[in-house]
Ligand binder design. Structure first.
Ligand SMILES: Cc1cc2nc3c(=O)[nH]c(=O)nc-3n(C[C@H](O)[C@H](O)[C@H](O)COP(=O)(O)O)c2cc1C
Length: 205
């Protein structure tokens, strides 16, 4: 199958992933308004064609926050990539490094920040963080990211409480989520030394 468009990737993902994983990655909270809006917004983008130009040397290189990238491809933070493949975020980091894309490591990743730095030492990486109710955890994560060569922080501020969504609970186990909901996000449970290794912060304190 040739892959050209986002739709091609979507079809392939649906074919390859098991049902739970597909539902998780294809999710939208609540009534999915934001999810739909996002698709519609992207569909309004047009590529401006410039004809009768010299196209023998094409260059898509650009910069993000002062870092050079060969083309504007960045991987947004996406939690629990091991649902899609056992190699999870480490595989994504290696792929990103190989093609020169920027990867943002979700703080809901199973792989630790160390795993990612080791898997793709030359890759451009940023760390995703939530302003946790536990300020020490926030500071700890920031310092560690800095030490491990993450060049920027992607701060997510629109999740004061978890959205209405069942798939995550089903996949990780309801008790697991409920027990740690005071930390707002399942991944942070690991900070509490539960040692489940479902997080990029897990067991590293
Ligand atoms: C399965 C899934 C997991 C995500 N995990 C995170 C996350 O851990 N942290 C975060 O800040 N955003 C997370 N997001 C949000 C994405 O990074 C992105 O901002 C959002 O999907 C909007 O971009 P889009 O319209 O291209 O999907 C997740 C999104 C999806 C679909």
């Amino acid at each position: 199958m040739e892959l050209y468009t986002v739709l091609d990737y979507e079809r392939l993902a649906k074919e390859k992933l098991d049902k739970d994983a597909w539902e998780y990655f294809n999710y939208g909270r609540g009534r999915k308004w934001c999810f739909q809006d996002s698709i519609e917004a992207f569909s309004r983008y047009r590529i401006r064609s410039r004809v009768l130009q010299d196209v023998s040397n094409r260059c898509l290189a650009t910069t993000v926050l002062g870092q050079s990238i060969p083309y504007p491809i960045c991987i947004s933070p996406t939690a629990c990539q091991f649902f899609a493949h056992p190699d999870g975020e480490e595989a994504t980091a290696k792929a990103a490094e190989a093609v020169g894309a920027l990867m943002v490591l979700s703080c809901g990743a199973r792989s630790s920040m160390e795993d990612i730095a080791m898997a793709a030492p030359g890759g451009l990486r940023w760390m995703n963080i939530y302003p946790f109710t536990d300020r020490q955890l926030t500071e700890y994560t920031i310092r560690k990211a800095e030490k491990l060569g993450f060049k920027a922080l992607v701060v997510t501020v629109d999740s004061p409480v978890p959205g209405i969504h069942g798939a995550m609970e089903e996949l990780l186990g309801k008790d697991h989520v409920v027990n740690h909901s005071s930390y707002r996000y399942v991944n942070v449970c690991c900070y509490l030394n539960c040692n489940c290794r479902t997080s990029s912060i897990c067991g590293q304190v």
